[in-house]
Design a protein around this ligand. Structure first.
Ligand SMILES: O=C(O)CCC(=O)C(=O)O
Length: 325
């Protein structure tokens, strides 16, 4: 109850006229007091959060306590419904869509001798660096020695997490059930039902053996599916290998502000996806926080979420992502 009151307190009180999303709020204390996040690796400066969103994130979370979902083999989820109050989550969604640089990454997937060109079916962006390095005064330095990272250490230029996402990172870490030190923030923008992510698990070795991944939804509602990985079984006396399904498929509807923490054995045993949904025209942002432990994680995340192509920004008039030269 108390939190509901807090949320309505932070909501802007009936504005005289609706403000266009493109307008900057010249009366916003935060925007006036603090310069935008800037870094040589950023293609654009990234503004500070409007103060009412920042205050709501710093002092109002979690809006509802998380509940555990562990009623199937190897499943260990913490579900907040919502983690951020809906009104704040919707404003945060619009802010991030407007202010972050996005990419539509194309890459070549190789399986044996066969190469396939993949067009990632959503917009992506990423910030962070694995735990062997840290940003100190904006410079990437070795986490142990503090000496500058060699220019050949990474095949990409890592970007520090901007203040507007760092505020959230700290809060999520405090509520994520034991995670110490998310160092990556991946952002997906799904423009509508044609954008998707297919079944996969975040089980790469560069995340360690029992990764804790926090996944936050902002904006339009989408289905989130989970299914257990096929499990090899011994069949009959001659022990032929087969596979069987374990557990039931899970379908959750993720609304604005909802968060799922996937932890423990979940990633090694379960796959998840956001399937395409014909006719859905609502934009949605997903933010995941993770901890990568070796440089391979940094290289992987920038390769697949920034890539080598052009940058896109949200165009408020055209109401779509537009490539920026
Ligand atoms: O959009 C989502 O909720 C899922 C995102 C996801 O699975 C990923 O980024 O690995």
């Amino acid at each position: 109850m108390a939190k509901r009151t807090l949320d309505s307190f932070f909501k802007p009180s009936s504005p005289k006229r609706p403000k266009l999303e493109t307008e900057t709020d010249s009366t916003d204390a935060n925007a006036e007091a603090k310069p935008p996040s800037q870094h040589p690796s950023y293609p654009i400066p990234i503004p500070q959060l409007p103060s009412h969103i920042e205050v709501s994130l710093e002092h109002g979370l979690p809006f509802k306590e998380g509940h555990e979902i562990n009623n199937q083999p190897h499943l260990d989820l913490l579900h907040f419904q919502p983690y951020i109050p809906r009104a704040t989550a919707n404003e945060f969604f619009k802010f991030l869509r407007r202010e972050l640089p996005f990419y539509r990454v194309r890459y070549t997937a190789r399986r044996g001798n066969i190469s396939t060109e993949i067009n990632t079916p959503r917009w992506t962006t990423v910030f962070g660096i694995d735990e062997t390095s840290v940003f100190t005064n904006g410079k990437a330095v070795d986490a142990r020695t503090g000496s500058p990272v060699s220019p050949t250490k990474y095949q990409c230029t890592p970007r520090p997490i901007p203040d507007c996402l760092e505020v959230l990172r700290k809060q999520v870490e405090a509520h994520a059930g034991g995670e110490k030190g998310y160092n990556f923030c991946l952002v997906n923008y799904y423009a509508g039902g044609d954008d998707s992510i297919s079944f996969h698990s975040d089980d790469e070795r560069f995340l360690g053996s029992r990764p804790n991944i926090a996944s936050l939804s902002l904006g339009g509602e989408r289905d989130f599916l989970m299914k257990h990985k096929p499990v090899p079984v011994e069949i009959g006396a001659d022990a032929k290998a087969g596979a069987t399904a374990v557990g039931r498929q899970i379908k959750m509807s993720l609304g604005s502000g909802d968060m799922i923490i996937m932890r423990g054995e979940t990633q090694s045993n379960w796959l998840h996806s956001i399937p395409k949904r014909k006719g859905n025209t609502q934009g949605r942002i997903n933010i995941t926080f993770r901890r990568a432990i070796v440089p391979a994680g940094t290289n992987n995340y920038y390769h697949y979420n920034v890539g080598g192509g052009g940058m896109y920004r949200w165009d408020e008039i055209r109401r779509e992502m537009v490539e920026t030269k």
